[in-house]
Design a protein around this ligand. Structure first.
Ligand SMILES: [Zn+2]
Length: 305
């Protein structure tokens, strides 16, 4: 097994690095592992994908890969189904986005996929632009009348004066090989008072830290992710930027999903037993995970003061 000489984020030495798992979902026998840096608390894939491997992965394999992870309920095969399947996700995000959408704003979503976050925002009077490298999704979003670019670089080239009130991305940052310049380039696209809002997986996911389900371990650590952050390592990253920020804890998956993981060792259980539990138990479970910090998602909000 190849061993890192130092942490790629904080540069702490080999004595601070330990293996999290040799099971990398999608690695197809390649000798990769995830490591943990005790110094900054980040988890990272080593060796990482080369820029060539990464480009090939995103061009050819990403949608197929996501469909195989999401199973039938994710709806990646069909864009309309994707929008419907993500309505509960959209509503969950709107709970923390709403306070930031006080007037008519210009909004950029990086990695807008089917555009499911954007259509209701357009309906509410906001001006929305998407960035989406996947051709199938970007064609669809364009057909629904939104401007969409293949990359932030392309947006900047074609609209060099564009500035935004809100730049958002959901489950994108953990895919980015070099997250600091990624966030710095968005900072430059913010108006004064503007905000970057993003979601990432929390490496303190309860299926891993509370239940420690072996099948989950073989599913969770994905070749598509150079990084997995915790609150501590996300703070380390954001402190390097020197911007003001807050971190919010979130829980995406419900008690039914966790029980199906525990019983059957697989995803896809969302909502299965909700009719038995009822909303008070669902909310109490979610709140308990968030309170403990052993929750599956982190939200970062960066402000340009
Ligand atoms: Zn480190």
């Amino acid at each position: 097994m190849p061993l890192p000489e130092h942490c790629p984020l904080c540069k702490a030495g080999a004595e601070n690095q330990s293996v999290v798992t040799p099971h990398v979902f999608g690695a197809k026998g390649a000798r990769r592992s995830f490591f943990h840096c005790e110094s900054c608390d980040v988890r990272y894939q080593y060796p990482g994908l080369t820029p060539d491997q990464e480009a090939r992965f995103y061009a050819a394999e990403f949608e197929h890969f996501m469909a195989s992870r999401a199973g039938d309920s994710g709806g990646w095969q069909d864009t309309e189904k994707h929008i419907a399947a993500n309505e509960s996700t959209r509503l969950r995000r709107m709970a923390y986005l709403d306070p930031h959408l006080t007037e008519r704003l210009s909004v950029l979503e990086i990695g807008c996929s089917s555009g499911f976050m954007l259509y209701p925002l357009v309906g509410a009077g906001h001006e929305c632009i998407g960035v989406e490298p996947s051709g199938a999704f970007s064609d669809y979003v364009r057909k629904r009348g939104l401007a969409v670019y293949g990359s932030v670089h392309e947006l900047h080239t074609l609209k060099p004066d564009a500035l935004f009130d809100i730049i958002m991305h959901f489950f994108v940052l953990e895919h980015i090989a070099d997250p600091l310049p990624f966030l710095q380039s968005q900072w430059k696209l913010l108006k004064p008072g503007g905000k970057i809002v993003f979601e990432i997986p929390n490496a303190a996911d309860p299926l891993y830290t509370v239940y420690n389900i072996p099948e989950f371990e073989r599913f969770y650590w994905s070749i598509a992710h150079p990084w997995y952050f915790t609150e501590g390592s996300l703070r380390y990253l954001l402190d390097r930027l020197g911007y003001s920020y807050e971190i919010i804890r979130e829980q995406r998956y419900d008690l039914s999903n966790h029980l199906i993981w525990a019983r059957d060792g697989r995803p896809g259980g969302m909502g299965r037993f909700s009719h038995v539990f009822g909303p008070p138990l669902e909310m109490a479970y979610r709140d308990a995970l968030i309170r403990s910090g052993q929750c599956d998602t982190l939200v970062g909000i960066i402000r340009k003061d």
